[in-house]
Write a protein that binds this ligand. Structure first.
Ligand code: GUN
Length: 297
């Protein structure tokens, strides 16, 4: 029987433990706060940001929201980040990506105070992760690690293939998998759009993590019997329904499920874990900034 991982259930367990951490912070007079900044009118980005705000509200994290017209000069976004860097109520700051083309996204990531960078995308935090001294692990790869642990999938000594080399998922995922640490010690290959014979690489893997943004790129023929398959993709594809679209992952679920021992669905797999780990990083940021010890899950 294939084990279909339930990201909502694992996420809820972690959120319960984070609730206790928030109580500890409150006892010390600290209410954690997360600031989101949105400079986009893309429907999916708006939905993601409102899901993040709602998750904060549910768990007792204050949420602050700045919305910037996508046609406004880049300076407006930088002024907003500067104000949040100086605002003690904002323990974490997240600028939803992508930003418009006229805004330099690397400059945006560098502008956030590294102690408030709950995405873990600031070069200082990227460097710390690579060096094995992570402060804020990027939310999606960290969520994948937690899901693997919850399913008792040991990564040590395993062959892992990460399909995708984005700064948000692929690169930090590979970096976590190679660390000499729990959830690491995997022999890790990173594949991407220029990889020759992708199927041969994924077929040789014990663990396949797909994060490409291409709907159903990885199918059952590319998976070995008994593998673990983690699908990070969330793609809108045209569908004959009320919304006019449906969400599919980067993995063709039905055929991959025939081969895999462990697999994540879309939706309901990695997605809820990403938001959970954002809450985790916000609690960690508040704890570091106020020097209050909490026992993070
Ligand atoms: N856009 C897509 N994923 C993310 C994420 O994890 N963080 C931010 N800031 N933007 C994103």
């Amino acid at each position: 029987m294939t084990h279909v991982l339930d990201g909502n259930a694992v996420g809820d367990r972690i959120r319960d433990e984070l609730s206790d951490c928030i109580d500890t912070l409150e006892d010390a007079g600290v209410t954690p706060g997360l600031a989101t900044v949105l400079m986009s009118d893309d429907g999916a980005s708006e939905t993601y940001v409102s899901m993040k705000q709602q998750a904060c509200e549910e768990i007792g994290i204050e949420s602050i929201h700045h919305e910037i017209d996508p046609d406004a000069p880049a300076a407006e976004l930088f002024d907003s980040v500067d104000a949040l860097n100086d605002d003690p109520a904002a323990n974490g700051i997240l600028v939803q990506m992508p930003v418009p083309d006229h805004v330099d996204n690397r400059e945006v990531l560098r502008s956030i105070d590294p102690l408030k960078d709950v995405d873990g995308f600031h070069p200082e935090n990227v460097g710390r992760l690579v060096a094995g001294d992570a402060r804020f692990k990027p939310c999606t790869p960290h969520g994948v690690q937690k899901l693997l642990a919850a399913a008792d999938v040991d990564t040590e000594g395993k062959d892992a293939v990460v399909v995708g080399r984005s700064d948000i998922v692929g690169k930090p995922m590979a970096n976590l998998l190679i660390q000499k640490d729990d959830g690491g010690n995997a022999t890790t290959t990173v594949c991407h759009s220029r990889t020759d014979d992708l199927a041969a690489k994924t077929r040789a893997a014990d663990i396949v993590i797909a994060a490409t943004g291409y709907p159903e790129l990885v199918d059952g023929s590319m998976i070995s019997e008994g593998a673990t398959v983690i699908d990070v993709g969330v793609n809108r594809v045209d569908a004959d329904n009320e919304k006019g679209y449906e969400l599919v992952g980067d993995v063709e679920f039905e055929s991959a499920k025939e081969k895999a021992d462990v697999i994540t669905p879309v939706p309901g797999g990695v997605g809820p874990m990403t938001i959970t780990m954002l809450l985790y990083n916000t609690v960690k940021a508040a704890s570091l900034q106020h020097d209050v010890d909490v026992s993070l899950p």
